[in-house]
Design a protein around this ligand. Structure first.
Ligand code: NOJ
Length: 655
């Protein structure tokens, strides 16, 4: 039988929670036996009255009178430090009110809803403590609404689809949403406010997707388990934070790092975690030169691995990914994941020898586990598979979960269900124990848990460059900074220079491939093409990839509009150098850059990699102009971006 843990009160009450600068205001009210909240920014309505609640499956009768027992207000102000990332510090500045609620009648169930109001966000979560008569619950649905003007526009990707998050974003009217969509869902309201609805600290619960409910309010649709419930949890339990990021411009939205503040600091020492740039035995498989499976054209041989290690040394890149090194890739590997063995190499690959060679040459190996979503098979081997890498000195693993559903306990489950979330977390925690960093492909979306688990260096979790060859439009990457990238870094597999390859033609210019290293942040950043392409044809362009860091102290978006263009400047965490990257959609454009972020009394020299006037992603992708130029604070520069193009810049401080 279904029952409510709902928030009911006889009297009407209203509580206003202001942000520290008073620009944001969240009103929480109890009326008609339900609890609601609404949000304004500078007195403009962002969310109108929106319902809250959790629907629980159980044996208890429907409770019908929950009263506010008390509420507790507090003020928090601190600066948090991120071990690596786009920024080094984040302001964690908010007013909090926790509403403690209890049923007035037996069984007197209790629940807390905790709100935090920031200058640029509102977040809240449900906390369900152990109850007088029961200590575990199954959740039938979360009834959180985000009552946003249906005349708003949204950039959506559909949920519950076979390719998980790997779809092109579509711009749509919120009122015409006819399916569940993933978060972050970015929205522009008719009054010009930019919002993104997301969640933070997703553990042990289904991932929230969003849809229009019966009242035509945007509301949570928690990813179900195969038994139809949303989650089975032991009390006390706290839901992930529901997060509404708010900005007055599209680029301001990209500076919102509230998600991380809603995650806990790490409990142990993660100073061993280092971000990484790597090449890999990878794109050669996508362009049909090599195969994952053993055979005549097998990519991951000892010989090829050593060649790639040597190339990494020559190119000044620290890591080498090796995919297809293990047994289990024969036939249609997308169907045969049950065969994957994670401690058995193919006969032509010697892991001990390769890792020894890499160590001698000062190169990190990035190991690879393609699970194809066969979690039962993977979890049986997890401990020994991680140990195998750890004893061979391998500190990075790229994992993969290709396949439309996961197989967990013999049942097909969504990647984004509670059981999927639990599995991903298991890998992150086990990897942390063994001092291994992860780059998860086909992951659960980012909810900022890398603040707590800094060894989770990157994820894929959106359509990446492997879809090139026809399935990515130039505007796709111009949407990512405002949508997917709000949930953390992404392994977009940037740096493909072989743009006119007949097997996979890339719809970008060459300069744009460089720009991606700045625009699309990743704690593990891949220079994805085969090394011979870099060495034989593009030595000068590769200099930029060699120099661009994977860890920044500050990031300043300079210009952009969703789906059209994005320009960002980032300062290296280890030096005084700045890196600027910009990309555009299928329209060429000139960007006026003002270098007001440079130090006032210093001189700089910029290396600029830009599209030539005649460049075009369709028929002239290689036309790049490379030049160096002196720069000072407040200098300005007009930079041309060709259709489907971009630019990259390294700005060195001169002493
Ligand atoms: C999909 C991943 O995104 C890709 O990077 C990987 O090469 C394949 N799966 C095989 O594991």
């Amino acid at each position: 039988m279904l029952q409510w843990v709902n928030i009911l009160h006889r009297k009407r009450i209203e509580k206003l929670i202001n942000s520290p600068d008073k620009s944001m205001c969240c009103k929480v009210s109890l009326k008609n036996n339900r609890i609601f909240y609404s949000v304004t920014k500078n007195n403009k309505i962002i969310l109108d009255e929106s319902g809250l609640g959790i629907l629980i499956c159980g044996e208890q009768p429907i409770a019908n009178k929950i009263a506010l027992v008390r509420y507790q207000e507090s003020r928090h102000r601190e600066t948090i430090t991120m071990p690596w990332g786009e920024v080094e510090t984040i302001n964690n500045d908010y007013n909090e009110v926790a509403f403690f609620l209890s049923e007035e009648q037996s069984p007197h169930r209790i629940m807390t809803i905790r709100f935090r109001v920031f200058n640029n966000a509102v977040a809240f979560c449900y906390e369900i403590p152990p109850q007088p008569k029961f200590s575990q619950i199954s959740i039938a649905e979360e009834l959180t609404e985000f009552n946003i003007d249906l005349n708003s526009v949204a950039w959506k990707i559909p949920a519950y689809q076979p390719d998980r998050y790997e779809y092109n974003y579509e711009k749509t009217n919120l009122g015409s949403l006819n399916e569940s969509v993933h978060t972050p869902l970015t929205i522009k309201t008719p009054n010009g406010i930019y919002l993104s609805i997301h969640e933070a600290a997703l553990y042990n619960y289904g991932s929230a997707t969003l849809k229009l409910n019966g009242d035509r309010h945007l509301s949570t649709d928690i990813t179900p388990l195969s038994d139809g419930t949303k989650a089975h949890v032991i009390l006390p339990f706290q839901t992930p934070w529901r997060l509404i990021m708010v900005a007055e411009s599209a680029i301001e939205l990209t500076t919102n790092h509230t998600m991380y503040t809603l995650n806990d600091p790490p409990e142990s020492d993660f100073s061993w975690v280092k971000t990484l740039k790597f090449i890999g035995i990878w794109w050669a498989m996508y362009v049909g030169e090599w195969t994952w499976a053993k055979g005549e054209r097998h990519g991951a041989t000892t010989e090829h691995a050593k060649e790639y290690i040597d190339a990494a040394v020559r190119l000044g890149i620290s890591g080498v990914l090796i995919e297809g090194w293990n047994e289990g890739w024969e036939g249609d590997w997308l169907q045969n994941g049950i065969n994957n063995q994670f401690t058995v190499s193919t006969p032509d690959f010697n892991l001990e020898e390769v890792s020894r060679y890499a160590r001698q040459r000062g190169i990190e190996i990035v190991g690879h586990h393609e699970t194809v979503g066969f979690i039962d098979n993977y979890e049986k081997q997890l401990e020994s598979a991680y140990n195998y890498y750890a004893i061979n000195g391998i500190k990075y693993i790229k994992t993969g979960y290709a396949g439309s559903m996961m197989l967990i306990n013999g049942r097909r489950e969504y990647h984004h269900s509670q059981l999927g979330v639990i599995h991903y977390q298991k890998t992150v925690e086990l990897a942390a124990k063994k001092h291994i960093c992860l780059d998860i492909h086909e992951p659960i979306k980012g909810t900022g848990i890398e603040r707590t688990w800094p060894n989770l260096l990157s994820r894929e979790g959106a359509r990446g460059q492997e879809y090139e060859g026809g399935a990515i439009s130039p505007s796709h990457a111009c949407i990512l900074p405002y949508t997917r990238l709000l949930s953390g870094g992404m392994d977009y597999t940037s740096g493909i220079f072989d743009l006119e390859n007949n097997v996979k033609r890339i719809a970008t210019t060459l300069a744009r491939q460089l720009a991606y290293f700045v625009v699309i942040y990743s704690g593990m950043q891949m220079a994805a093409d085969r090394p011979f392409i870099y060495e034989e044809r593009f030595k000068q362009e590769f200099e930029f990839i060699k120099n661009v860091p994977t860890n920044f102290s500050t990031s300043l978006p300079l210009a952009g509009e969703i789906g059209e263009y994005y320009v960002v400047a980032r300062k290296d965490r280890e030096s005084e150098d700045w890196f600027v990257g910009g990309i555009t959609d299928e329209n060429g454009r000139t960007i006026h850059l003002v270098f007001d972020f440079l130090d006032m009394n210093s001189s700089y020299e910029a290396s600029i990699y830009a599209d030539a006037r005649e460049a075009h992603f369709r028929d002239n992708p290689f036309a790049t102009e490379i030049k160096t130029q002196r720069l000072k604070h407040n200098n300005s520069l007009d930079i041309y971006l060709a259709p489907g193009g971009g630019f990259a810049m390294q700005i060195r401080k001169l002493n």
